[in-house]
Design a protein around this ligand. Structure first.
Ligand code: C2E
Ligand code: MG
Ligand code: MG
Length: 450
């Protein structure tokens, strides 16, 4: 994004004469409550991100995609003429405003959501721009640091949960302070505050649990449950990611033995951060743990992490694959992808990002993208996992498309080891996979006709 584009846009915002919370109606949505002069009871910050940027970039080409944020900012400005809109990078806008009522944030969020329901005419073609929102509200005057941190953290949660997240800055305990959290994390690993939950992947044809993915959680002594979206980025910045991931591998090996003692031989997949793929010491330590134990593990990596330093990443992934670790490509389609690297990766599984899966049965383009991704992966001799499967209809359509495995809330949320053992013995998931025949037949007809 060039300075010229920014300044042109800022001029157009300036022409809009942004007045915090005055009597002008947003173009879409309800009236924001009126603020009296010199009275600022609440400050708000909404971070808006183009959720389907990678997909749009593929359709539109890089040059046009880089301009999309201007279209987004213009629509935000139409919906909230009183707010200040700033553009950051290619896919993000920050929306700030003030008001005397907390309710203004809910009004603004609804107005934004409504504004992005309509398609955009981009060079004569209609496209939906999915916008992801993380918002924060702070009472009274004060420094904006906490407001920004809270909004960032809300956006991180919005990415995982796929819903708009709004949080209040309370000025003390509830607000997530990155530096405090980073300091606590270093101790958390030794103090056994981290724990793993497991989310099964179900093989559609075999109707059995093919493997499970380990997802780390943090039981913080004062903040309660902290999800990985809030602390993995901190761990990556501070190098704690090495200790955290080695802990995860050790715990998975131990839990795999417990599962085996209950008669369940399951491969456990572990998420490996991109920074670790170029870390020789980590690679040595991880390989030693796996070889000593004979554990059946898999590593989930993203393509974006390979692109960072492809030579060492590919080399290290081959080392992992040689000792029997199954490599899966996680979040496929959400980040940078390159067919040149995809071909070279010793990966046996490709996981389609939930971005394409959660809207599979309501969008026109996502089924086409998913279908062609499944074909591509099969051509490269990989099995395909769809993550984020939340409905029977999505499961049925994926099955018709030839998807090999599914993972998502429909089958199970991430659960503790005890619950996993219970789940394996319960057999309900098999009934669910078998149950898919009704919607399957209907969707199969629709899909083949389309
Ligand atoms: P991921 O590996 O792509 O994991 C999938 C995330 O989607 C998980 O969130 C999971 O709870 C959530 N999810 C699963 N099924 C559904 C569904 O049907 N619908 C929706 N809306 N969401 C679903 P979680 O556990 O918060 O993890 C977020 C991310 O944090 C993971 O994304 C992974 O990138 C990272 N992560 C988790 N554990 C670790 C770890 O041990 N090490 C590293 N480096 N990263 C981790
Ligand atoms: Mg994963
Ligand atoms: Mg994923």
């Amino acid at each position: 994004m060039t300075d010229v584009r920014h300044s042109q846009f800022e001029n157009s915002i300036a022409r809009g004469d942004a007045r915090p919370c005055d009597a002008d109606l947003p173009a879409i949505g309800a009236r924001l409550p009126v603020v009296r002069a010199a009275q600022v009871d609440w400050r708000f910050l909404i971070l808006a991100e183009i959720a389907n940027f990678a997909v749009l970039r593929r359709h539109l080409g890089r040059a046009r995609a880089d301009m999309l944020i201007l279209d987004v900012a213009a629509r935000i400005s139409d919906a909230l003429p009183d707010a200040r809109v700033d553009i950051f990078g290619r896919d993000r806008a920050e929306i700030a405003f003030e008001c005397d009522a907390r309710l203004a944030l809910d009004v603004a969020v609804s107005a934004l959501e409504a504004a992005f329901e309509g398609q955009f005419d981009i060079d004569g073609e209609l496209h939906l721009i999915h916008i992801r929102l993380g918002a924060a509200a702070a009472a009274g005057h004060g420094d904006d640091v906490h407001l920004v941190e809270e909004a960032e953290s809300a956006l991180a949660e919005a990415r995982t949960e796929r819903v708009t997240v709004a949080r209040d800055v309370t000025g003390n305990t509830a607000s997530i302070d990155r530096s405090d959290l980073a300091r606590d994390l270093t101790r958390a690993i030794d103090r056994e505050e981290l724990f793993l939950q497991y989310q099964p992947k179900v093989h559609l044809r075999r109707q059995e649990i093919a493997s499970v993915e380990a997802l780390v959680r943090w039981n913080h002594p004062t903040r309660g449950l902290v999800l990985p979206g809030d602390f993995i980025p901190l761990a990556e910045e501070s190098q704690d990611i090495v200790a955290l991931t080695l802990w995860t591998i050790r715990r998975s090996i131990k839990d795999q033995k417990t599962l085996a003692a209950h008669g369940h031989d399951l491969r456990i997949f572990i998420n490996i951060a991109g920074v670790l793929l170029a870390d020789k010491r980590f690679v040595r330590q991880a390989c030693a743990l796996v070889e000593e134990s004979g554990a059946q593990l898999g590593f989930e990596i993203t393509e974006t992490s390979v692109i960072r330093d492809p030579d060492s990443a590919i080399l290290n992934l081959k080392i992992f694959a040689e000792i029997g670790i199954v490599i899966a490509i996680d979040d496929y389609g959400a980040g940078l992808s390159s067919l040149a690297y995809l071909k070279q990766l010793p990966a046996r599984e490709l996981k389609i990002d939930k971005l394409f899966v959660t809207q599979l049965t309501s969008s026109n383009r996502d089924p086409l993208i998913v279908r062609s991704t499944i074909d591509l992966a099969h051509a490269l001799e990989m099995e395909v996992v769809a993550e984020g499967v939340e409905t029977q209809a999505a499961m049925a359509l994926l099955s018709v498309m030839g998807c090999d495995m599914i993972q998502g809330f429909l089958i199970s949320r991430p659960i503790n080891l005890d619950a996993l053992i219970h789940f394996m013995e319960d057999g309900k998931y098999q009934a669910m996979a078998a149950d898919m025949r009704a919607p399957f037949n209907r969707l199969a007809t629709v899909w083949k006709r389309g």
